[in-house]
Design a protein around this ligand. Structure first.
Ligand code: HAM
Length: 407
């Protein structure tokens, strides 16, 4: 026998799901599944292992770089544990491109691996609901997705007091940057806006003037800096220009004109600071935030990605989002939105007093309980005090008891 005693902790940044934890996660998954099926989405699955090059080519510097779990297998293939689902989705759609009936409304709940610093709501392994519509050009489908996101939240009992959905459009921001002569500073403006709410105004202005990353071009003109500040505060000419550009995109017009009518009780906001880190987005981008400042990370993120299928030699418009289980768990816990999992559960304790009782249990009692839809648990401590046996069954979740034989 080996003398090594191993740590009983899970691998760094992963979670063990004890039964109560899994009950919560399953509740999240089942609530998502129920709504999505009603909305005509069907579920699919792919392998955890993928060609690592896919992420290097398309996911961007973080996901396809330092966060990637990759290795070379025994056949010299360069393999990754998927950090996200979207490239796998593009691959399987491309693989049966001629056979599939578009538009596809598909969803999946894969586990994804990212080599990042574990922290509250952020892990090295997380589960991520992925919802995508493939084969539909920008337009009404953008509104459908934003509406669906609101419906998903509502199905957990969430209201506008709890969360806010923010959206933006990559091309609008790009055109605004061009219009204001900020083209040489584009990477800087993107990165500063992306982090805008995480830092103070002074820090943001300082970063715009003297970027920490020296490969980015700083802005010396104070009026340009003020324009960016005004844009983030949605005031003045900056914001007027932004809205004017936005109104040239039919999908944004549709959202701006209709989302408040469709979801009057929820909060949706066009916000130029929604950038999204992933490289493949081409149009609308969106995220949701918990209104509880203790949970500052995006609850979900997504957008339009019309060029990703090109990785596999196909062309198709696409839009979708990923919604993690970990931030959702924080959200439901903080706002006390989990249901009582014990309520309505009927587990019956069965107390035999000798082995001779077992036949009756298996032939009569269990079939009858199953027919009534009740679960059960048998206590085999024949010789123990009756009261103590009952207390111990109660502690294990039994609400009633069937006693057999004699005490
Ligand atoms: P993402 O923004 O990288 O997008 O991730 C989406 C969501 O997954 C995040 O908002 C967060 O809830 C969760 N998440 C991501 N990383 C972690 C982590 N390390 N720990 C816990 N939760 C995490 C994507 O992955 C896109 N592929 C989504 C998409 C689907 N776009 C179009 N279709």
């Amino acid at each position: 026998m080996s003398s090594t005693v191993f740590s009983s902790q899970s691998y760094k940044g992963t979670r063990d799901f004890y039964p109560e934890d899994l009950a919560r996660r399953n509740y999240i998954f089942e609530t998502w599944r129920k709504v999505l099926k009603q909305y005509g989405f069907v579920e699919y699955e792919t392998s955890l292992l993928e060609n690592a090059e896919l992420y290097i080519a398309k996911s961007g510097q973080e996901l396809g770089g330092k966060q990637l779990y990759n290795f070379t297998d025994k056949g010299d293939r360069f393999v990754a544990l998927r950090p996200e689902q979207t490239p796998s989705l593009a691959r399987i759609v491309a693989n049966k491109f001629g056979e599939l009936k578009f538009p596809l409304r598909w969803f999946s709940i894969p586990n994804c691996f990212r080599y990042e610093q574990p922290q509250k709501g952020r892990f090295r392994e997380h589960w991520q609901l992925n919802v995508d519509i493939i084969g539909q050009e920008a337009g009404a489908v953008e509104l459908e997705i934003l509406n669906l996101l609101g419906e998903l939240f509502k199905s957990f009992g969430a209201t506008q007091n709890h969360f806010k959905i923010m959206y933006n459009h990559r091309s609008v921001l790009e055109m605004w940057i061009d219009k204001n002569g900020l083209n040489p500073n584009k990477p800087l403006v993107y990165s500063v806006l992306d982090d805008w709410f995480k830092k103070s105004l002074e820090k943001n202005i300082e970063e715009l003037k003297n970027p920490v990353d020296e490969s980015k071009v700083g802005i010396s003109d104070e009026t340009l800096i003020q324009k960016i500040v005004d844009l983030t505060q949605k005031i003045g000419q900056s914001w007027a220009d932004y809205i004017e550009i936005a109104s040239t995109f039919p999908e944004l017009n549709l959202i701006l004109g209709k989302i408040e009518q469709i979801q009057p009780e929820l909060e949706y906001e066009l916000n130029p600071c929604i950038i999204r880190g992933i490289a493949y987005y081409t149009g609308l981008v969106f995220e949701a935030f918990d209104k509880n400042p203790q949970n500052p990370r995006a609850l979900f993120g997504g957008g339009r990605y019309d060029n990703l299928m090109e990785l596999f030699g196909k062309t198709s418009p696409a839009i979708g989002f990923g919604w993690g289980d970990a931030t959702m768990h924080e959200f439901l816990t903080n706002w006390d939105l989990y249901p009582d999992f014990q309520a309505g559960l009927q587990k019956v304790g069965i107390m035999p007093f000798a082995e001779t009782d077992l036949e009756k249990i298996y032939l009569e009692i269990i079939p009858a309980l199953r027919a009534e839809g009740k679960s059960f648990e048998i206590d085999y401590d024949y010789t123990r005090n009756q009261e103590k046996r009952w207390i111990s069954l109660k502690k294990r979740g039994c609400s009633e008891v069937i006693k057999l034989g004699q005490s």
